[in-house]
Structures are given as C-alpha cells and as structure tokens.
Design a protein around this ligand. Structure first.
Ligand code: GAP
Length: 488
C-alpha cells in the first residue's frame, strides 16, 4: 500500500531534487512565493499540457485564449471584485497579526477558501473568547474589517493618463471581456467554451501549506457558454469530466470527493458550486478544495454590459473606481452588446456559464502528494514518485553501467536519439544503484542501462520505476518499446 505522505516529506523532496524552491531564498525568502526548479518546471508544464489537451485539443466545442494580466479597471467593478473580493479580518491588539475571522471560528481549518464578505459580515461572531493564532492572546481583537484581496499597481508615467490597475485575481474575467471577439472571429456556436491558463494574484491573508495557497499562482479556467435552460445538464457534464481528469492522471479515487456549496457559502456570482476536494496532508489530513465548478448563470456577461454603460461616468469621475456606481441594467439587456443570437432558433439571449476552475500549482501539489511513496528494498528505504507517465518530468534516463569500454559513448548516442522524442536525462556519475534511486525520486518511469552485453548483442536493460523489473530490449526496438510503454 502506498505511503501516506506528510507535507514535510513533500517539501523536503521538492527542495532536495529541485522541484520547488522558496522564492528569493538567498535574501531570506519571500513569504508564500515559490520558484519551480528544473524538475518542477517540467511537472508544471505537463500538468498544463494535460489540462489543455483534455479541455481544448480533444474537444470540438472549446477554444483557447491568452489574455493580459492587466485589464481595464472597470472590469473589476463590473465583476464585483472591486467591492466584494475581500476577507473579513480582525487584528490582534497585542501582536498586530491579522487573521481571517472565519478562521477564528471553532473547528475551522485555516486552509478553507474565501467565503463571501456578505456572508462573513452576516455571520459575525463574538471574538471575546477567540485566541490569536500567533501570540495566543485571548479576546484582544479589533472590530472585524474587510481586507481587499486584489493587488493594486499604477500604470502610466503621465499624470493625465496614469491610473490604478489591478493584478487579476482570476483569469475568468479576461474570457468574459473577449466573449464577443471570439464569437465574431471564429465559427463557435453555443454551446461552446473558452479556456485559458495563466497567472492570478491574491493578497491572501492566510498562506502557509507550501504551494497550496500562495499570493501568485496559476489557474486553468474554462468558461462554458450555454443556453440558459441547459445549464444544469452542462454543470453535471463538467463535474464528471473534471473529476475523471484527475483520476485518469493517477489521483487515487479514495483521495478525491465532491462537496456541493451550501447557499450561504456561494460566491456572489454563483447559482451552484461544487468543489472537487483532495485529501491534502495538512495537520489532521483534511479535505481541501482542489478545483471549483460553478454555475455562474448570465451574471458576468450582464455585469459587463453594465460596465460598458459606466465608461463615460468613469471618465467624468477622473477614473476613480472607489467612488463610482455601476450603471443600472438596460431594460432591453437581453439584446445588449454581449447577447447571443441563435440563428437556428431565431432567438437572442445572454448565455449562462458553467465554469470549471482549477489551480495548476494546487494540482501539481496533489499529484506530488498522491505519487509519493516509500518502501523498504533490501534493508534500505526507497523514496519514489509514482507519477502517471504523462506527468513525469523526465520520461527516460540513460546510463552507462561504467564509463569504460565504450559504454559511455553508446549510452550518449542512445540518449541523443531518444531526447528528440521524450524529455530524457543522461547520467554517468556514481554507482548505478544510486542513479536509479535518484530517478525514482524524480519520478522517472524508465531507466536504460548500457552494459557489457550491449556490445555483444545490441541490447540494453530497461528498468521500470514502480516494479523495478528489468527487461532486455534491442537498441533497434528501444524507441518503439518506450513509445508503447509511455503511450507517447
Ligand atoms: N474563477 C473562479 C475562481 O477563481 P476560486 O475557487 O477562487 O475560483 C479556483 O479558484 C482555483 O484556483 C482553486 O480551486 C485553486 O485550485 C486555485 N487557487 C485559488 N486561490 C489560490 C491560491 N491563493 N493559491 C493557489 N491556488 C489557488
């Protein structure tokens, strides 16, 4: 049975093998920011590719997009983020640590996601018996206050045209802002989706737990536009599709589950929302959100129609977002600029949206945790990552058994040939057993060794990571053999 990984094991392996480093480590580190090293960057690339292949390439009803991170500030007014994307926090009067009020509640894990600010306000509780998680002082909190989660920045050097912009807190809004562009320039017809992978930023109050929650992270989001009466069918469709994506990439079913949001927990835009939860190894080994799938209704497109109507007022208001009111909704909003005309049914409507929203970093963490294993082999502990082949950063490692007798040259030639097809690694240093162990920890599915017999019969050994079984394969057949095994 696979070992249940502890977060410390994962953090230590990630550092040791060059998957993930603390950002700015030589300067003492920057809290909640991480850098992906040589193996981590390949893992992340594979997670992105697996998502894109499954969500865009293999479907006829989804197209891709890559929007800029900086967008018109009114987008965030219309989406509701400028006013509502905040956590309710209280500050400890003794040590000045700010904590999310919902995380001060009894029995609440500090890894839970944001709850809407309205819900948090409504559920405000007496903090007189609550303990500061930092200095442990009881009941010395300020009045709860909203803390905005969007990072602000300034654009433009000239006083006249400089303005406050926001680093996007989700990639979704760039998709809504381009709905009409995609509709007008491609052949998509409803139902169809627009997918995007990219960085998002949130000034999170609570981070910790490695790359689970960071202030800069990558999202993979799909906005799937459908006819309003078909939304529930598509919601079910995407729930199933997204759950299967994780299991097909090797996450164990017993570590995954759905959790439907309760009414009071729903984000301001959602009619329904379900989380795909993973059993992450934090503290008590709790279930945490891996991905959210929401029925956003026609909320966003309708809001952006209001946003467009606010433009003139925004200029008159000196581009100040903080004091501006969003224009009301036009009476004929159903035929507004972001509406859709169904040529077959001859009807016009604002589409509903089903949104599966995944985190690339959070998925990478789940894949690392799930793949981690330790086993005893001849009295020694073998650490390994049992990655799905599609996710493994290196697919094949090539070694000469020793550097003598032309073995290194033969191994190099094999490596040079294979690297045109897969991500490969060449290693000739140290005992071969140690080289195998290094590749086990990197999650490399196959190791090829050139030995004395290679010269005689043109065969090499192919060692399989999980079973450690070795078979001899002719060098002429090697590429086909690996292609078949790796399914690539
Ligand atoms: N557009 C909807 C949206 O952004 P969300 O539940 O806030 O929904 C979706 O985020 C996913 O993005 C989460 O399930 C998680 O995988 C990832 N995510 C959100 N905040 C994150 C953070 N601070 N650090 C890492 N990943 C995060």
């Amino acid at each position: 049975m696979a070992k249940i990984a502890k977060l410390d094991d994962i953090v230590s392996l990630c550092k040791r093998r060059g998957f993930i480093f603390q950002s700015s480590e030589i300067y003492g580190g920057l809290a909640s920011c991480y850098d992906y090293g040589p193996l981590g960057v390949e893992l992340k690339r594979n997670v992105r590719k697996a998502w894109w292949d499954n969500t865009v390439q293999l479907r006829d009803d989804v197209v891709g997009l890559d929007c800029s991170i900086l967008m018109h500030p009114l987008i965030w007014k219309a989406s509701g983020h400028a006013d509502k994307f905040a956590d309710l926090i209280a500050e400890c009067k003794k040590c000045n640590t700010r904590t999310r009020v919902d995380h001060l509640a009894d029995h609440v894990e500090e890894h839970t996601e944001h709850i809407s600010i309205d819900t948090a306000m409504a559920a405000q509780q007496d903090l007189s018996s609550k303990e500061c998680p930092n200095c442990k002082t009881v009941g010395k909190f300020t009045e709860p206050m909203p803390f905005k989660l969007m990072f602000e920045t300034q654009m433009g050097a000239n006083v006249d045209d400089s303005m406050t912009l926001y680093l996007r807190p989700e990639t979704a809004q760039g998709i809504f802002a381009n709905f009409k562009n995609v509709l007008d320039t491609t052949r998509v017809r409803i139902p169809f989706g627009i997918a995007q992978i990219g960085k998002s930023f949130r000034n999170e109050v609570t981070t910790k737990a490695f790359i689970f929650r960071t202030r800069e992270f990558e999202q993979a989001e799909l906005e799937f536009f459908c006819k309003p009466s078909t939304d529930e069918k598509w919601y079910e469709h995407w729930k199933e599709a997204r759950f299967n994506w994780y299991t097909e990439l090797g996450l164990k079913k017993e570590n995954l589950r759905f959790r439907e949001h309760e009414r009071g927990e729903l984000a301001h835009y959602a009619k329904a929302c379900v989380d795909v939860e993973y059993k992450f190894p934090f503290g008590s080994g709790d279930w945490q959100e891996l991905e959210g799938i929401a029925n956003r209704t026609d909320y966003d497109l309708r809001q952006h129609q209001r946003g467009i109507r606010t433009l003139n007022k925004w200029f008159e208001n000196n581009k100040d977002l903080t004091t501006i009111e969003l224009a009301g909704e036009a009476e004929d909003y159903q035929s507004g600029p972001l509406s859709y005309f169904d040529d077959e049914q001859k009807e016009r409507y604002i589409p509903y949206v089903i949104e599966p929203s995944a985190g690339i970093d959070r998925s990478a963490l789940a894949f690392l945790v799930d793949a981690y294993d330790e086993e005893e082999v001849r009295g020694e502990t073998r650490n390994l990552l049992r990655f799905h082949h599609a996710l493994a950063p290196i697919k094949v490692a090539v070694f000469p058994l020793v550097k003598r007798d032309g073995m290194a040259e033969t191994a190099r030639n094999i490596y040079d040939d294979l690297k045109k097809h897969f991500n490969c690694f060449y290693d000739e240093k140290g005992a071969v057993g140690r080289r195998y162990r290094r590749q086990d920890e990197a999650g490399t599915p196959f190791c090829i060794t050139v030995d004395g017999q290679t010269k005689e019969d043109n065969t090499v050994t192919v060692r399989q990571r999980d079973s450690m079984e070795q078979v001899r394969v002719s060098t002429n057949q090697l590429l086909n053999h690996l292609r078949e095994k790796l399914n690539m």
